[in-house]
Design a protein around this ligand. Sequence first.
Ligand SMILES: [Zn+2]
Length: 228
Amino acid sequence: MFQDLLALFFPESCFACNKVLVRGEQFICTDCNIKLPYTDFHEHGATELNPLQRRFWGKVPVRFAFSYLYFRSKGRVQRLLHQLKYKGAKDLGEHLGQRYGSILQEYQYHDQFDLIVPVPLHKLKLRKRGYNQSEHFAVGLASAMSVPTKADVLKRTINTTTQTQKNRLSRWQNVEQVFEVTKPEQVKGKRILIVDDVLTTGATLEACAVTLLAAGASEVSIATIAAA
Ligand SMILES: [Zn+2]
């Protein structure tokens, strides 16, 4: 009763299209749920049929590469990511993690990971934003797959916002040195799933993977909410 009254005066709207949600809908409306551009990467595992997997070939050994959605600019996915990243929609991150985590669980991938590690924000950016959106996605994935998650084993040592001015080569060298493992004893011998909100060039996830492998992780996989 109280919830209904609350909804009457403060209706919640869909994070993907802004339409008012009706009873039974949560975060995302039914129409968007049907129309979101879901990938089928998890159906192909580590094979060449997984296009995201292929993008890491010859760069860094990635066991599995998954993304829940395809990134599309100026559409539902961009709006979702924007709400998650800049509008404080932390619960949305967990919700998406739960949903994708249940799918990965269905395909038996939960047995493939010992630890889930979100891509960290630089401490200055974290202070400014107040939360790490990837951490919330990680929490959702972790709870759906019953795999532990730790946000403090990896640290971003360089604030990369100044990178845009530099040329491609120095940007790459820069990104290689951006991350540092703060607790090597917690990654040693572990099969780690690194998660981020969005994958564009893949350079950030690649740098995290290299750093974790160098610190003794036995293998790394990646999962994002959306991949371009
Ligand atoms: Zn919608």
